[in-house]
Design a protein around this ligand. Structure first.
Ligand code: TYC
Length: 101
């Protein structure tokens, strides 16, 4: 009876690389009304009134505040839409993106 030859099976680790995440950063300015910043944060980033207020105040006092992290496409789309919402009202409101370390 022929021997059963068992081939050693090398386990191939499925390489599921995590997509790099990007921070959306809110930048302070002297002109955009606080309440408008809060409204944009709630609308575009789905923050609660409380979270939106905290993020706005942090940017207001420190200059910038990280709003949230997303994959690159989502971060850039949201930052652009939020910046454009300010632009539409004539405000210099600015959201930027930056890769996470
Ligand atoms: N500094 C603005 C004001 O005093 C409010 C503001 C906060 C604007 C945060 C932008 O990212 C910002 N009206």
């Amino acid at each position: 009876m022929p021997e059963t030859v068992v081939k050693p099976r090398t386990k191939t680790q499925p390489k599921t690389e995590r997509p790099k995440l990007y921070k959306v950063i809110l930048v302070n300015d002297d002109f955009t009304p606080r309440e408008f910043v809060v409204t944009v944060l709630k609308g575009e980033f789905k923050l609660s009134e409380d979270q939106a207020h905290r993020v706005m105040i942090t940017a207001h006092t420190r200059g910038v505040c990280v709003v949230a992290v997303f994959t690159r496409d989502v971060a850039e789309t949201k930052a652009t839409r939020a910046t454009d919402a300010g632009k539409a009202k004539g405000y210099p409101l600015l959201f930027t993106t930056e890769p996470e370390e």
